[in-house]
Design a protein around this ligand. Structure first.
Ligand code: NAP
Length: 493
């Protein structure tokens, strides 16, 4: 059955771009297909917009800006809450769209809808608290302070692995701050973005404030980066493209926020129960079939419990069900496309050729061309691709270590610095790891670490800025300082 036929509200499935409150075809008639990675069937077609249509989206956002910023924060919050409520009302439809275009299991997709909606809720509230400051004056008879103002139009470029939440984490903050947005979703997963546009319209978010443009990524981003009126660019995706966008934005000195790749270590201390730690490591590795910037990429286990840990990890990993995300028993859906499968195979071959042991992962059992069976490698060393690169696949690599100093050096041996996990109950070790790990986020004894209250982001080449949390809205606000001089003096001040 087609995707549209399975939705409770088929109008959430839109095969257009969304510009200035209208559904748009490509003016030149250019289109491309969107593929279901589980079956390789075409889900639908989307327009490839012409440059003039991208410029029209910028004009529309520019025209809508004044009225949106003039609304009281509370009025913007009411519309954002209406948008968030609609996301939850249509949770099942949004999850189905996501599972079709991204491949993830329905359980993961439903979780992402809730996660995505939670950012809109959070920022609807935070927008009401975009406080300035009153500063004690060093100038006689003057009042000094700051006010917060929206930066202007924000361009949001997002990846395919979290097609909904990576949009709402940015758009929730930008819209609450009073900024119009132009979203460029990944070409693999445009339909989640377009469903969000449909719901934004129903939530009375005005025309021109939430736009979704589709087209050739390099061409679209060049236009967005070169445009003076776009004041902020927020990107989530690969470090390679992030660097390119940073360079391209230099000409217009934009505010740039980057959420880039990760290469998370998962450290298991000698005091841990190997079974408990192995259960957590499997959870941290295989979410979204390993296509997660937080996925545990390098599992570092104290030598004293290594072998037991491997046994439990293997057992738990082999219990994961690989299949179509719409089958209720599926844990792991397909990878996003055939190239991702090729890369996963190359990573495994590289590791084995350099001396790693392939403990489990028989690819002849894969249920389709874009699937990759969960794979475990032991004896992983730092010269292997599985260590050096973000593998973005269900391939786990385990390495033993002997002491805390050694494991900190091993964990930091990467250009990335997004997230790290540590499992230990020894408070001295916890503190040492927390201070020694060069990562923007460190999670101790918990796989779950993200949420709307969290300042999500990385150090080193994992990015710039933080999304979510108490500071997330600042990415879309300017601080304007004022000095009111020559005021009448007031006794006591
Ligand atoms: P990607 O290839 O960098 O693509 C991300 C976005 O950039 C897509 O919209 C893509 O559009 C666009 N893009 C591609 N080439 C471009 C170019 N030359 N100029 C401008 N834009 C371009 O990344 P991905 O493969 O979709 O996503 C996986 C990466 O995202 C991983 O590295 C992962 O770690 C990272 N990620 C990070 C976080 C975080 O919060 N730190 C969260 C999720 C994912 P098209 O699809 O149209 O090519």
């Amino acid at each position: 059955m087609s995707l549209a036929a399975r939705l409770s509200d088929p109008r959430l499935f839109r095969q257009y771009a969304y510009v200035n409150g209208r559904w748009a075809h490509s003016e030149a008639g250019r289109e491309e297909s969107v593929i279901d990675p589980a079956t390789d069937e075409v889900i639908g077609r989307i327009p490839v917009l012409e440059a003039a249509q991208i410029h029209a989206a910028i004009d529309a956002a520019d025209a809508a800006f004044a009225a949106w910023r003039a609304l009281r924060a509370e009025e913007r919050a009411e519309r954002l809450m209406a948008w968030r409520n609609l996301m939850l009302d249509y949770r099942e439809d949004l999850a189905l769209i996501m599972s079709f275009e991204q491949g993830k299991s329905m359980a993961d997709a439903r979780g992402e809808v809730e996660y995505g909606a939670s950012f809109v809720h959070w920022f609807a509230e935070e927008g009401k608290r975009a406080y300035g400051q009153t500063l004690p004056s060093h100038i006689p008879n003057a009042a000094l302070g700051t006010i917060k103002e929206p930066v202007g139009i924000a361009a949001l470029i997002t990846p395919w692995n979290f097609p909904l939440a990576m949009i709402t984490r940015k758009a929730g903050a930008a819209l609450a701050a009073g900024c119009p947005v132009i979203v460029k979703p990944a070409s693999e997963t445009p339909f989640s973005a377009l469903a969000l546009a449909e719901l934004a319209e129903r939530a009375n978010i005005p025309s021109g404030i939430f736009n979704v443009v589709l087209g050739d990524a390099a061409e679209v981003s060049q236009i967005l980066c070169n445009e003076e009126r776009i004041k902020a660019l927020s990107f989530t995706g690969s470090t390679r493209v992030g660097k390119l966008l940073l360079e391209q934005s230099a000409g217009t000195v934009k505010r740039v926020s980057l959420e880039l790749g990760g290469n998370a270590p998962f450290i298991v201390g000698p005091d841990m129960d190997p079974r408990e730690a192995a259960m957590a490591a499997v959870d941290a590795k295989f979410q979204t079939s390993g296509q997660d910037c937080l996925a545990a990429n390098r599992i570092l286990v104290h030598a004293s419990i290594h072998d037991e840990f491997v046994t439990h990890f293997t057992e738990r990993m082999q219990a994961l069900v690989v299949g179509n995300g719409r089958d209720s028993e599926t844990h792991l859906g397909p990878l996003i496309h055939a190239k991702a499968v090729e890369k996963a195979a190359a990573i495994v071959d590289d590791a084995v050729s350099r001396g790693a042991t392939l403990v489990a992962g028989d690819q002849s059992e894969a249920p389709g061309a874009n699937f990759f069976m969960p794979t475990l490698l032991t004896g992983v060393t730092s010269d292997m691709m599985v260590w050096r690169e973000e593998n973005f696949a269900p391939v786990a690599g385990i390495t033993p270590y002997n002491d805390d100093d050694e494991v900190i050096t091993m964990a930091n041996d990467t250009e990335y610095g997004l997230a790290a996990y540590a499992y230990t109950h020894d408070i001295r070790r916890i503190w040492k790891l927390l201070r020694g790990l060069e990562f923007g986020m460190v999670s101790v004894n918990s796989v779950k670490m993200t949420g709307p209250v969290v300042p999500f982001g990385g150090v080193k080449q994992s990015g710039l800025g933080r999304e979510g949390g108490p500071t997330g809205i600042d990415e879309y606000l300017e601080t304007k300082y004022y000095c009111l001089g020559a005021l009448p003096s007031v006794s006591g001040s």
